[in-house]
Structures are given as structure tokens and as C-alpha cells.
Design a protein around this ligand. Structure first.
Ligand SMILES: Cc1cc2nc3c(=O)[nH]c(=O)nc-3n(C[C@H](O)[C@H](O)[C@H](O)COP(=O)(O)OP(=O)(O)OC[C@H]3O[C@@H](n4cnc5c(N)ncnc54)[C@H](O)[C@@H]3O)c2cc1C
Length: 394
């Protein structure tokens, strides 16, 4: 509480978009990497449907895979807001890399930092900081919005657990070596049987299945995971047995702010393209940005982006200050994903026919934006959370 009070006092009276010196330096270094190393590879990775391993390595080398992880475990020891800035900056150039580091930081590292015991932190956090990609496996073919209906089962075998089932839609699944995975140990207890496990790729009975062929974020892998009598050591339960539902809810509450950041990054990228293009393209003997109709569209896009950014930053600052942020995070994800879709769509229109072809960057931004309304809770699920917190549940 004292710490939260200090954070609130430090932030009091400051515009939400004002960054501390550390945050400014960090954002500048992420932008330099995104422009210098990432941008030249975006098209190739998109076409290959695969992240360049050199990009992943650079993300580790720059500390982007362990932004909040304490320095004693090899992380950067920075704040949550810095992770949000990194996701935004990377997604401005490539949302697939944005989600790579988003999942690593806001879901996987976060879960191990918050719920891991000392041995788990010592074993897994340094790996996740230095070389091993992480993934977060909750969804299944039959359980998405209704996540607690998951069918993956864990059975206590005395000195180990045996896990059976299939996960679907798992981001980073091709590259990952460590998985935070949810299974039900006591189906009779319903959601109170759900337990989180740390699974290593090499555990017997674990394999990676089909890779999805997607509309957007094509370089980001999305896969099925198969558990066939997967043998998991007893010490790999994350948090308490039967408390996995709480871990999943709480990590996703934070993760949603990260998806909001991914969406504003995409919108920034598309708006920058639209501003540049409309300042070069001539029709009727004039630059098209000299037509009031075009100017007003650009002004609308910039205004909506500003509103979305303020919502995402506010939710992130609330989390950093230890204030309950659940409603604001749901609102930020809902709104920023809608704004990203609108801005990217408008950017295509402002490019005219050129916006519709792959020689220009804006159609990719639009395709990449669509996922914001789906993962880490669909837009309807965000509305449900917001409504529940407004009205109260009976
Ligand atoms: C590219 C990609 C990456 C993903 N990455 C991950 C990952 O890393 N880890 C992971 O665990 N999952 C991941 N997911 C899964 C994602 O979280 C789910 O797809 C999402 O939660 C929706 O679940 P569903 O697909 O089963 O849709 P459903 O839950 O079947 O929803 C279908 C429609 O019904 C609506 N609906 C459902 N229930 C209600 C209700 N009660 N009220 C109103 N409307 C409702 C939904 O809003 C939606 O419009 C990923 C998905 C994709 C596409």
C-alpha cells in the first residue's frame, strides 16, 4: 500500500502520456530496434508465416523477453508500463513480434513471477529471460469464452501427474520451450479443479500439433498442443492445486492491457502510413491531404487513436499503482481493438487501390488488427466484464 501511494504521488498531476526518463530511454531503444532490425524483415516473415530466429534472439539480447522480471533472475527489472510501451512500439512495425513479447511478459513471466515458488522462479525465469520462448495454454477446441469448461485432465499419480487433452490456438507454440498450461485435476469440483502447470517441451507425452493458417499476425505461430499421458513432475504445479482459475483470470486481466497496446501500435503504424501517403499522392492537381474531406478523416483517426492510447496507458498506470484496473483494462482492450480496426480500414481507403495490394503496408495492418476483438477474451466477453462491474452480479 505504501508503495502504491508513492507511485500515485509520483504520477499525480502528470499527463498520462508523460514518460519517466527510464521509460523514454527504453521506448527509444525499442523503436531503434524496431526500425533498424525488424522493419526490413517484416514482409519476409509475413510471407514465410514464421518469425525470423534472429529477431527472437535480438528480443532476448535486448531484454525485451523479461521486461518486468527482477534482475536477480536475469530480467530487466523494469515496470509493467515499460512492457506496454514495448508491445506498442513493436506492433507499430510488426504486430506478430508485438504479441511474441506480449505473451512472454504479460502472461508467462507474469504468472511465474506472481505464483511461482522459489525453486520454479530460479529454474524458469532465467531461461525465459535469456533463451526460451514461453506460451500460455488455456483455450481448447470446445472452450474459448467458456474457458473453465476445459477438458484437459490431470491425474495425480503419487510422485507425478499425468495430463491428457488438447489445447488449441496457442500463440508462440512453435517457438516455445516452456508452457503455462491449465488442466482440471478434479472435474467434480468444476472450475475449482482447474490447476496451472509449468510444462517443458521435452516432457514425455507432450507434442505440438497443427499450425493454423491465419488472416493476420501471420508470422506469429498459433498451434495445437497435444498431451498424451504427459508426465509432469509434482513440483511443476504453478500456484495452488485448484487455483488455476484464479491464475488464468488474473493473468488475462493484465494481458488485456498488453493487447490494447498491440492495437494502438498497429493503429499508429497505419496512421503514419496514411499521413505519409496522403502527403505524396496527387489527384485533381493537388496533394490529396489538401482536400478537407481527407484532412477530416486523418483528424478523426488521430483523435480516436489518442483516446485509445489514453485508455490503455491509464489502465497500465492503474495496474502499476496497485489500483483495481479490471474494468479499465477490459474497456481499453475493447475500445483500442475497435479503433485499430477502423483506423487501419480507413488507411486502406486513403491509399485507394494501392491500399488493397500487398506492395503497400496498410492491408497487413488491417488484417493484423482483427485479432484484437478475439483473443484474451472476445469483445462480447469484455462487454460482459464491464457490465458486470457496472451493474454488479446477482
Ligand atoms: C490467433 C489466435 C491466437 C490465440 N492465442 C491464444 C493463446 O496463446 N492461448 C490461449 O489459451 N488461447 C489463445 N487463443 C484463443 C482465444 O482466446 C479464443 O479464440 C477466444 O477466447 C474465443 O474463444 P472461441 O474461439 O472458442 O470462440 P467462442 O467462445 O466460441 O465465441 C464465439 C462467439 O460467441 C460469442 N460468445 C460466446 N459466449 C458468449 C456469451 N456468454 N455472451 C455473448 N457472446 C458470447 C463470442 O463473443 C464470439 O463472438 C488465440 C486465438 C487466436 C485466433
Amino acid at each position: 500500500m505504501i508503495q502504491s501511494q508513492t507511485v500515485i504521488e509520483q504520477l499525480a498531476g502528470r499527463p498520462l502520456t508523460t514518460l519517466s526518463e527510464d521509460e523514454q530511454m527504453f521506448r527509444a531503444s525499442v523503436r531503434e530496434f524496431a526500425e533498424g532490425e525488424l522493419r526490413p524483415r517484416v514482409t519476409q516473415m509475413e510471407e514465410a508465416g514464421k518469425l525470423d530466429p534472429a529477431v527472437i534472439k535480438q528480443c532476448f539480447d535486448l531484454g525485451l523477453m523479461a521486461i518486468e522480471t527482477p534482475e536477480e533472475y536475469g530480467g530487466a527489472g523494469a515496470n509493467f508500463f515499460s512492457a506496454i510501451l514495448a508491445v506498442e512500439e513493436l506492433s507499430r512495425v510488426d504486430a506478430s513480434v508485438g504479441v511474441l513479447i506480449d505473451v512472454q511478459n504479460t502472461l508467462v513471466n507474469n504468472a511465474v513471477i506472481r505464483w511461482g515458488d522459489t525453486a520454479q522462479k530460479q529454474k524458469y525465469l532465467p531461461k525465459l529471460a535469456a533463451e526460451t520462448v514461453g506460451a500460455y495454454a488455456l483455450s481448447e477446441a470446445g472452450s474459448g469464452s467458456d474457458a473453465f469448461a476445459l477438458q484437459t485432465r490431470a491425474v495425480d499419480k503419487g510422485d507425478h501427474y499425468l495430463l491428457n487433452g488438447q489445447k488449441m490456438w496457442i500463440t508462440n507454440g512453435v517457438e516455445a520451450g516452456i508452457f503455462v498450461l491449465f488442466a482440471n485435476l478434479n472435474p467434480e469440483a468444476g472450475y475449482r479443479g482447474i490447476t496451472a502447470f509449468i510444462i517443458e517441451k521435452g516432457f514425455p507425452g507432450f507434442s505440438v500439433g497443427k499450425k493454423e493458417n491465419k488472416l493476420g499476425i501471420r508470422a506469429s505461430s498459433t498451434v495445437e498442443l497435444i498431451l498424451e499421458d504427459c508426465r509432469v513432475p509434482k513440483e511443476n504445479v504453478l500456484g495452488e492445486v485448484g487455483k488455476g482459475y484464479k491464475i488464468s483470470i488474473e493473468t488475462l486481466n493484465e494481458g488485456r492491457i498488453g493487447i490494447g497496446a498491440q492495437m494502438i501500435g498497429i493503429a499508429v503504424g497505419a496512421l503514419e502510413c496514411a499521413l505519409a501517403y496522403t502527403g505524396e499522392r496527387q489527384q485533381f492537381g493537388k496533394l490529396i491531404n489538401q482536400f478537407q474531406g481527407v484532412q477530416f478523416q486523418l483528424a478523426e483517426m488521430a483523435t480516436e487513436l489518442e483516446a485509445a492510447r489514453l485508455m490503455v496507458y491509464n489502465a497500465a498506470r492503474m495496474k502499476g499503482a496497485g489500483i483495481n484496473f479490471v474494468k479499465e483494462a477490459a474497456m481499453a482492450k475493447l475500445y483500442s481493438s475497435r479503433v485499430a480496426e477502423r483506423i487501419t480500414s480507413k488507411a486502406i481507403e486513403l491509399y485507394g487501390g494501392y491500399g488493397y495490394v500487398k506492395d503497400y503496408p496498410v492491408e497487413k495492418y488491417w488484417r493484423d488488427s482483427k485479432i484484437g476483438a478475439i483473443y484474451e477474451g472476445t469483445s462480447n466477453m469484455q462487454l460482459q466484464t464491464i457490465a458486470k462491474l457496472l451493474i454488479g452480479s446477482k
